[in-house]
Write a protein that binds this ligand. Structure first.
Ligand code: C5P
Length: 215
């Protein structure tokens, strides 16, 4: 059984998908972390994210592994490194390249073989798992998404203004929505949930109800 959860940055996808997987006893796949790993590898190797051919080469060379809630890049724990603003920005650049997506989609489909899984990203319901039995698209107002991200970063001791985050989120959404390959959009059969005025527990409750009503 495959549940897909897609949506823009800061819509609450990751936390909700992780919480849902836990309640259902399903595996959890954070596909954004995979694009972030490619971006991290690219920056570590001093490759220009704008160089499609070189980035594609990196995506084919690196090894991405999940170990519990840690993310490993060629065996090195990059769980924190992939969340920096530079990597975040570069991730949505490298995610535009068809050959990079092809490589990661293959890994994502392989991760779902023979297991029940909640897979979270931008194209999980549209491209990667078109036959998933339950598809969700989470949205939230841009101001609310920026507020959440700001709260997260401040808690980590980072100094950044709300306005700067709002601008980054808008730029990233625009790149994700406007790219030609697998743009961010809901699948025709996805259930859309606006999380702006919901707590994370309320979101997970709604998701759990939805999935259980279909099992
Ligand atoms: O979800 P997260 O913010 O970690 O994703 C980082 C970036 O990876 C996104 O901005 C998007 O460009 C890309 N991404 C994607 N397809 C996915 C997951 C993430 O293009 N399935």
């Amino acid at each position: 059984m495959i549940v897909t959860i897609d949506g823009p940055a800061g819509s609450g996808k990751s936390t909700a998908a992780r919480g849902l997987a836990k309640r259902l006893g399903f595996e959890f796949l954070d596909t954004g972390a995979m694009y972030r790993c490619v971006a991290c590898g690219v920056l570590q190797k001093n490759v220009d994210p704008a160089d499609e051919q070189a980035v594609t080469h990196v995506s084919q060379q690196i090894k991405i592994t999940f170990s519990g809630d840690r993310v490993l890049l060629d065996g090195e724990d990059v769980s924190a490194a992939i969340r920096t603003p530079d990597v975040t920005d570069a991730a949505s650049v490298v995610a535009q390249y068809p050959a990079v997506r092809q490589e990661l989609v293959r890994l994502q489909q392989r991760a779902a073989e023979g297991v029940d899984i909640v897979s979270e990203g931008r194209d999980q319901g549209t491209v990667v798992f078109p036959d998933a039995f339950c598809k969700v698209f989470l949205i939230a107002d841009p101001e609310e998404r920026a507020r959440r991200r700001h709260e997260e970063l401040v808690a980590q001791g980072k100094q950044i203004t709300l306005e700067a985050i709002l601008q980054q989120i808008n730029e990233r959404d625009q790149r994700d929505e406007q790219r030609t390959v697998a743009p961010l959009k809901p699948a025709d059969d996805a259930v859309e949930i606006n999380t702006s005025r919901l707590t994370i527990d309320e979101v997970i409750d709604q998701l759990e109800q939805l999935v259980r009503s279909r099992i």
